[in-house]
Design a protein. Sequence first.
Length: 384
Amino acid sequence: MFRPTRILQVAVASLFLSGCASSNNGHTVSDTGSTVNQTTVSNDRINSSRTPGALQAASTPGDFLGPNGRLLPELEAFARQTAQAQGVPPSQVEALLKTAKYNATAVRLMTPPARQGRIRRAWLSYRQRHVDPIRIRRGAAFWQDHRRALEQASVRSGVPASIMVAIIGIETVYGQYTGDHRVLDTLTTLGFRYPDPSRPERQAMFREQLADLILLDHQRKLDAYTVEGSFAGAMGLPQFMPGSLMRYAVDGNGDGRVDLAGNTDDAIASVGNFLKEHGWVRDVPVFAPVRLPADAARLAQDGLTPLSDWPRLKAAGAQALPGGGTRWQTQALGVIDLQDEIRGTHDYRTATPNFFAITHYNRSYFYAASVADLAREIQARTGF
């Protein structure tokens, strides 16, 4: 995914093997020791005219063309369907797809590892990699530098500044790693050459994202000939996929355009808006201040929707602790198990709707819990 480190490349690969944040239709959660990044995209507006280089590239044979220079049949069919569904001229769709190149790196990193048995879950290792001194230190500086934008986004969305800072930190270490793969190549490759035949829904998801990318290009909200991102198609500081960009990205500084790669205000506001639109509840913590009974394992749930509430948990022996207000007591709740199979430990927590809102960003319980823990550490360092 990112130029300097293989660790962050494997990170997003793990995401797509377990679930896509912008296409979150399942109800299972897979938490392994691997890093998992959200799937999102930068929204670079472009000038009203194409560059000569981009136009020239449109007529250069690519890796998804037949000997006759036409798109391969499956891509031709996709182009027709996309043009009709998105209201884009067919010639424009075909010209763009003809420039797509096969991305071997994306295929390699999306290929499931050859192994026997499943990967053991390792919460403590995962947390250590994400709630780390670098992200805490840089997160505090990021908060200081962008305090006004964070406060404004928090007022609009109800999402605390600390949560928005933590997500951007986990996703790209505050813009340090945003990806250098052409998104058109990545999405075309994974949409038509996805390496795991047992997961056809993944290939279908990438085709949907490719169709959204084409529409965004038609709307001049980005230049699909040049825009870059991760090997999974995620772009910008908050790593939005095209679909998330279309539906949740917002103009944070009021300049009339949205740029998640180059404008930090837009990135911050878009993270807040994404969580708001996925059920964030104002003035409710991510984890309820609850002491669970000794046999909390019987209360634990799986899935991406809270399945309990405070009256039931209280009847099962849970006790409310000071702090966090009382509004969480009127919300749906879910007891989650942050299990570390390597160390043989369990970290049971009472999750509010805000925890589950974060799982729309990334399906992993480990990811959502790391966001909450990193946010707390950064806030403690800033003192805000």
